[in-house]
Design a protein. Sequence first.
Length: 160
Amino acid sequence: MIIELRRFFENDDIKQDFSYEFDTEDEIISSPVSVSGYVKNSTGIVSISAQAVFTVSTQCALCAKDIRKKLTVPVKHFLIDQLNDEDNDDYIVVENLSLNLDELVMEDIYLSFPTRFVCKADCKGLCPYCGNDLNENECGCKKPVDPRLAALQQLLSDDE
């Protein structure tokens, strides 16, 4: 969705609500992204405030179970038409006073993603030796002894 911002930069105390959906080609996002919010100019400061709601479908990074979660990502930015200080990342520079909201929303969505998706916070994952799901039951695998510590293992075995 393209938002024309000229009237927001030229008029104080103006606000416009919006609500729409768009599809993404991202394989993890399994539903349309629903975006609702507003653009406003309040005392000369143009800002956008919205939230994006969508469903993520992927696999747990630890146990490989399928995950399907509904997520909500806030989208809040201050908009400017020109930047005086080139090192300032606090504002979004809007060239031609036209904003592609889909791109901005997708950036915020990607920045909100965790480094890995897990099915639950205390997921135990899979046994690295037999592949058993440790969330369902413990496995009887004996972990191999590091060859550098084999002599110490023998000392412990002799004491028993």
